[in-house]
Design a protein around this ligand. Sequence first.
Ligand code: MG
Length: 168
Amino acid sequence: MISPSIEAAINRQINHEIAAAYNYLAISAWFEQQNLPGFAAWFMIQRSEELEHAMRLYNYLLDRDGSVALGAVEQPRGDYGDIKGAFEAALAMEKANTAAINELYKQAKDEDDFATLSHLQWFLDEQVEEEKIMGESLAMVELAGNDSSAILMLNEKFGARKPEGEGA
Ligand code: MG
């Protein structure tokens, strides 16, 4: 049986992950509207990954005989200004999510909830990867600047990404 405070914290984290998916969906739609389908497809894969993260926590909570309590999801931004703005928003969101995972990890540590600590290990590693990829992507977009041929090349490159498990 999981403690009520850890249960509540995991429910909050499920909400963060679903909110992240919702934000990536909004970013993907924004890129479609800019006629950059490669970037849009890339963010759609991000969306799927965040939903998978939510489901990992959802299943974990149920495995521990916890109760899933789904909360309201905040409305994402609709406009990102420019390509760089979209990646900056994405990186800021990943950093906020890392902080939330760290907070959850600390709480589980304080409560000696070893099973939750073990489950969260995967998320700690995943956040290192997410921030790395988003930071590198932002750097590439910054290098491309307003050079339309560079942007179109990046659109192709991002569009070639395969969902995890399909040999990315
Ligand atoms: Mg996530």
